[in-house]
Design a protein around this ligand. Structure first.
Ligand code: KG4
Ligand code: ZN
Length: 333
């Protein structure tokens, strides 16, 4: 049975996993730097790179130990080649290249968002054409996937990513980073009270900065009027508008494309209200909502995607450069 060792280091998680081709997880080790970045109110790229340097060898060693597999016996070494924080990506890339060189293994440079897509194969087989709604701190994309090798971006954010908007609005309300889960929880106690404008973006695209600015103005208005802001109500108003947009655009694609299955991936896929809306309001095709452990970044997802690269013999050489910005449509030569 083929096996892949995969490394993920695109943002603030350092992770390594070993999977076999039936997607059994032989090991999956993740450390998050979130507590450190929370002190700064967001991910500090320089701090992230330095922490990856400190962690990566330990994490790889631990993943190999837990898997019971010798690196000599894996079929390929995979790593996240992009998109992400460039310094962080480099650390994973250098580690992967070192292992590939030393053990003379093929090297696979995985697109991070393909990881968020293919991790769902651990739950059930994917049906194509597939529509992926990828929502995180860095991405908001609707990707039409004809088969495991053909990806088309139908819509993307024209300004902020949805998770970024969550984090910024949370900071405005003095909630700790990452703000997404805090707004999610707070909104449950909120009610319809504040009115925020409905975002507008062309076609299947998204926009969140107008909504974020309207929330900022709402806070200022309250301050100037000496009124106490009801944070739960603001969290509710923001969340309904932000998620309403995700749902509306997803439904629009379903009306116009022969989609057989929808999946949601990325950190914001952990949002309880988004999960409720997607499962209640999309009835025409199956919707995959991955468990929380697969929503946030990990190396299992990179290994799951890497098996598709292996199948298509899509390898990179040692000269391959990591890319902070990289479209899911692009193929790395
Ligand atoms: O995919 P991810 O772990 O990292 C990248 O950005 O690639 O996503 C992190 C983002 C953060 O913006 C965080 O606030 C958001 O996902 N997030 C949430 C929730 N959990 C995490 N946003 C809304 N509701 C949540 N429950
Ligand atoms: Zn991610």
């Amino acid at each position: 049975m083929k096996k892949i060792l995969a490394i993920e280091s695109s943002c603030d998680e350092t992770a390594c996993a070993v999977l076999d081709e039936e997607l059994n997880i032989l090991s999956s080790v993740v450390t998050s730097q979130i507590d450190v970045h929370a002190r700064f109110g967001g991910v500090v790229p320089e701090v992230a790179s330095r922490m990856h340097v400190e962690q990566i060898s330990v994490i790889i060693k631990e993943a190999v130990r837990q898997s019971g597999v010798r690196i000599e016996d894996v079929d390929a070494i995979a790593y996240t080649i992009g998109p992400g924080l460039i310094g962080s990506l480099h650390i994973g890339g250098i580690a992967a290249k070192t292992l590939a060189f030393f053990y003379q293994k093929p090297l696979i440079g995985v697109h991070h968002l393909k990881g968020h897509v293919f991790v769902n194969e651990l739950l059930q087989p994917l049906q194509y054409p597939l529509l992926a709604l990828i929502v995180s701190g860095g991405h908001t994309e609707l990707v039409y996937i004809e088969d495991d090798d053909h990806f088309r971006i139908l819509g993307t954010t024209l300004d902020d990513a949805v998770g970024e908007a969550y984090d910024k609005v949370a900071r405005l309300m003095d909630l700790e980073y990452p703000g997404g889960p805090k707004i999610d929880a707070l909104a449950k106690e909120g009610k319809k009270h504040y009115e925020l404008p409905k975002p507008h973006a062309s076609d299947y695209n998204f926009s969140f900065s107008g909504l974020k600015n309207a929330a900022i103005q709402m806070v200022r208005r309250c301050e100037n009027a000496g009124e106490e802001l009801n944070k739960a109500d603001l969290a509710y108003a923001f969340q309904e508008r932000a998620l309403g947009q995700l749902l509306d655009k997803t439904k629009k694609v379903l009306e116009e494309y022969p989609v057989k299955m929808v999946l949601v991936g990325g950190g914001v896929a952990a949002n309880s209200r988004l999960r409720q809306l997607m499962s209640e309001q999309i009835r025409e095709v199956p919707v995959i909502l991955p468990p929380l452990k697969y929503c946030t970044d990990n190396a299992t997802m990179i290994a799951a995607a890497a098996f598709h690269y292996l199948k298509h013999q899509e390898f990179v050489d040692y000269a391959a450069a990591s890319r902070s910005s990289l479209s899911i449509e692009e193929r790395i030569e």
